[in-house]
Design a protein around this ligand. Structure first.
Ligand code: SF4
Length: 209
């Protein structure tokens, strides 16, 4: 029987995997007879088709039963391209940004999912304009956009600021998300929020204009 279960592997951030990671994942998949492993568009790795019993066993082996409570005080996921460490077109390093935003603790629970796209140059391989938070490296620093969405009602995000250093960009992401979580209604994605309220008040608040 082919079960329609899927299970995202923890700790696989932005799809960066060492050979040791791959060996560990292969070992786990073999032992639990995972029928199919999927790399998702969000750069995550899913074990698919596990029976409920095997799913419980994998979670227990990874100590996930109680150890990872879901928190809405952090972003849903961060998608990042290889950046300056690995790509010849890049103008900025992306790994530091990805790690900083992934572990960023906000002032409260977010209204809804927040997806982040980080691209190390203007070729924009991580489709930053189409993410709730988009960071794109330009020659003079990071460009930050907010309110993008790629789903049924797609939207290109609004520019918040450009020419940002790494630290300025990280801090501005924090301010933008904190403002959003304090002013948006529950279950309002950033795209719908900007359509409803515009971007000017948010920009004034986070840029101190
Ligand atoms: S966005 Fe630019 S830096 Fe990132 S992978 Fe694409 S070409 Fe390379």
């Amino acid at each position: 029987m082919n079960y329609k279960s899927f299970f995202p592997m923890p700790g696989i951030n932005a799809g960066m995997l060492t050979l040791e990671d791959l060996e560990r994942i292969t070992d786990l998949a073999r032992r639990y007879e995972v029928p199919m492993v999927k790399i998702t568009g969000a750069q995550r790795l899913y074990f698919q088709g596990l029976s409920p019993e095997k799913l419980a066993e994998v979670k227990e082996e990874l100590q996930l039963l109680d150890s990872l409570p879901h928190t809405r005080n952090r972003v849903h996921y961060v998608q990042a391209c290889p950046g300056k460490n690995w790509c010849s077109s890049a103008t900025s390093e992306t790994e530091r940004m990805e790690k900083a935003i992934n572990k960023m603790e906000l002032d409260g629970p977010l209204p809804y999912k927040v997806k982040v796209g980080i691209s190390g140059c203007t070729r924009c391989c991580c489709e930053s304009w189409m993410r709730d938070i988009g960071l794109t490296a330009e020659k003079k620093g990071w460009r930050l956009s907010f309110g993008g969405n790629a789903a049924g009602n797609p939207r290109i995000g609004d520019l918040i600021a450009k020419g940002l250093s790494d630290d300025e960009a990280i801090e501005l992401v924090r301010k933008t998300l904190n403002y959003y979580l304090k002013t948006a209604e529950f279950k309002t994605r950033s795209a719908r929020y900007v359509e409803r309220y515009g971007i000017d008040d948010l920009k004034k608040a986070v840029l101190g204009e």
